[in-house]
Design a protein around this ligand. Structure first.
Ligand SMILES: C[S@@+](CC[C@H](N)C(=O)[O-])C[C@H]1O[C@@H](n2cnc3c(N)ncnc32)[C@H](O)[C@@H]1O
Length: 182
């Protein structure tokens, strides 16, 4: 059977909605990219894409069009993108809290962080159940000091195909109000 992340091929509507905030042709980093559903969508929108995962075999086909980095982000090695910034930073269905400051620092001035993952309560419906992989209620609201929150959602969603508990945020490194994408 395919690993769970490979079953996810459609981009998240949340990511697509807030991708509209990113400048045309801007740079995008996807952290823990899995099968590359968001890098693929971002390439389709004309962005210059960098992606990182400990297992990049499922995005090997993108290596001629994007920067594909293979790195274990949890083994104590230095953050592989130190000193680099991106117009968009995307993280979905992945949580490793020590990365929060690196994610924040990786957002360029004027850029956006788009994050969506499972939250506490999800254990009643399925995986992940490990608390270290589940956000605490409201956790994303305080995870990225210095970034301005544009939108946040938290709750249960899904129907017959399975319910889940999620938290999502989009925040930006700008001071002024931004035009909300529809
Ligand atoms: C559930 S998948 C999500 C994939 C993708 N973000 C998505 O939403 O389609 C989680 C991803 O995290 C990656 N991952 C897990 N532990 C990691 C680590 N220590 N370092 C880097 N990537 C890791 C896995 O290889 C997998 O691709």
């Amino acid at each position: 059977m395919a690993p769970p992340h490979l079953a996810l091929s459609a981009p998240s509507p949340w990511v697509l909605r807030f991708a509209a905030l990113l400048p045309e042709g801007g740079t995008v980093l996807d952290v823990a990219c899995g099968g590359g559903r968001h890098p693929r969508a971002m390439l389709g929108r004309g962005h210059a894409v960098t992606m990182v995962d400990k297992d990049t075999t499922h995005v090997a086909d993108l290596a001629d069009r994007a920067e594909v980095l293979t790195a274990d982000l949890e083994n104590g090695s230095p953050w592989p993108l130190a000193g680099r910034t991106f117009d968009g930073v995307v993280v979905t269905n992945y949580l490793f809290r020590p990365l929060f400051p690196h994610l924040c620092a990786a957002v360029a001035e004027g850029g956006a962080l788009i994050y969506e993952t499972f939250a506490r309560g999800n254990e009643q419906f399925g995986r992940p159940r490990n608390p270290s992989h589940l956000l605490e209620p409201g956790e994303l609201l305080t995870a990225f000091p210095g970034l301005q929150i544009v939108a946040y959602e938290a709750g249960i969603e899904g129907g017959q195909c399975g319910r889940k508990v999620v938290e999502r945020i989009c925040c930006v490194k700008v001071r002024e109000p931004v035009e909300l994408p529809g």
